[in-house]
Design a binder for this molecule. Structure first.
Ligand SMILES: *Cc1c(COP(=O)(O)O)cnc(C)c1O
Length: 222
């Protein structure tokens, strides 16, 4: 099952890469395993996946004992949810990359812990109230603040457009994020999910975050 879905996702990536005149090696597939048990992560790792995205610190903390050995074998765990300052310490222990830094306060909190950490800035490009992220006008200040943090390595930008069944609705947000990354000299661009990964790759994504297309619908939790 997972093997077939992974093959389908890889084929979608290859097609998009070809259309965009890019190379497969420019794209990192981050498998989003939120709400799935540790066994699913192990299965994905066995099939060659090395980057995993998780949204909830507590959920991943519970799965972590079964997965910690994967880090030594090359796995990288990306935090892609909203991070509260009071979870910053444990997050630095569990994750190698925090993709969702969106305030100077959170950046300083992560830096103070003293563990070297890769971070990305989540940028809020839509007007939706529910979306986290730095406003584009605050981005330069946040970039400068993070670059002044000795333990944080700022590698890129991340965004999540408003959900739409039509991937073309996401494209203008992807284009905007890629533009911002170029402007600020940031190499990594985390954008594109199960339903719009092609548009994201065509617009310059380097990290697609894919859950449903790999693992099926997420189990409902109470
Ligand atoms: C859940 C989630 C994803 C994966 O979404 P799918 O549509 O299941 O591929 C990607 N990014 C973030 C930030 C998420 O919360």
């Amino acid at each position: 099952m997972l093997r077939e879905r992974l093959n389908q996702v890889e084929e979608r990536i290859r097609n998009a890469v070809k259309r965009a005149g890019r190379e497969r090696s420019e794209i990192t597939l981050v498998a989003v395993t939120k709400k799935f048990p540790a066994a699913v992560v192990l299965e994905a790792f066995a099939l060659g996946l090395r980057h995993f995205g998780e949204n909830y610190v507590q959920e991943f903390e519970a799965k972590h004992p079964a997965l910690a050995h994967l880090s030594d074998a090359g796995a990288q765990f990306h935090f892609i949810g909203h991070l509260q300052s009071n979870k910053a310490r444990i997050a630095t222990e569990l994750f190698q990359v925090i993709e969702t830094v969106d305030s100077e306060k959170l950046a300083r909190r992560l830096d103070q812990i003293g563990t070297p950490l890769q971070v990305m800035i989540e940028v809020k490009l839509s007007e939706e109230d529910s979306k986290a992220g730095s406003a584009p006008h605050a981005l330069l200040g946040l970039i400068e603040a993070i670059r002044a943090c000795p333990n944080l390595q700022l590698t890129g930008l991340m965004t999540m457009p408003p959900w739409s069944a039509d991937p073309e609705q996401s494209r203008p947000y992807f284009r905007r994020l890629a533009e911002l990354a170029r402007t600020h000299g940031l190499a990594k661009i985390s954008m594109g999910m199960s339903n719009d990964l092609e548009a994201a790759i065509e617009e310059g994504s380097t990290h697609i975050r894919v859950g449903t297309a790999l693992f099926g619908l997420r189990p409902k939790t109470g």
